[in-house]
Write a protein that binds this ligand. Structure first.
Ligand code: FE2
Length: 197
């Protein structure tokens, strides 16, 4: 009955002892960054780890929960910060709780039906509640690794397809204020104007 009910994590390293590890390198993130030229240049120089997720799946019943700890390394591709692929939950009504542990970052959320976006801080001692039917992506806007815990229904599942197809409507880019959200189309136009072919 009481199996897999405790675990230990390291909030600074962003590791979960005994968790299943997923590692995403830059080459796994093709099509995620808006500045394709900057992505190609970065990849030509190496294939660094951009983020890892270690997750625990104690049970798969209707009422069970899964959870994981994410760690996003600091870095940028062009003006865009290192970030996760982003996803919707395969079971759309599933919500998720994110708990910031270390570093500083933001969470981009986008309502699937309306396209409405919100950029929210994800920081130590901060919690972000992601409602169901909301695409979400985590972004490291700081200079240290960003670590956080995510807790979600066991049956949520991950749907990366919709994001891979059209990406998020907004891009989070470095600015004088630190980070700002810009419409993707406007951002791509700005890049093209800056570096004419
Ligand atoms: Fe999620």
């Amino acid at each position: 009955m009481f199996q897999n009910i405790i675990s230990r994590f390291d909030p600074t390293a962003g590791t979960l002892h005994g968790g299943a590890l997923v590692t995403r390198r830059l080459s796994d993130l093709r099509g995620i960054f808006a500045d394709e030229e900057a992505y190609r240049r970065a990849l030509a120089g190496g294939d660094p780890v951009v983020y890892t997720v270690e997750s625990m799946e104690p049970g798969d019943g209707d009422g069970d929960l899964h959870y994981g700890i994410g760690r996003i390394m600091p870095g940028r591709i062009g003006d865009e910060f290192y970030m996760t692929k982003g996803h919707l939950h395969a079971w759309r009504p599933a919500a998720e709780v994110y708990i910031g542990l270390s570093g500083s970052g933001t969470m981009m959320m986008e309502d699937e039906a309306t396209g409405e976006s919100a950029l929210l801080p994800l920081e130590p001692n901060g919690i972000v509640y992601v409602p169901g039917r909301t695409a979400h992506r985590t972004i490291n806007t700081g200079s240290e690794p960003l670590t956080y815990i995510g807790i979600f229904p066991a049956r949520a599942g991950h749907d990366y397809g919709a994001i891979a197809e059209r990406n998020f409507r907004m891009v989070v880019a470095a600015s004088e204020a630190g980070a700002e959200a810009i419409e993707r189309e406007r951002f791509i136009k700005m890049i093209r104007e800056r570096s004419p072919e």
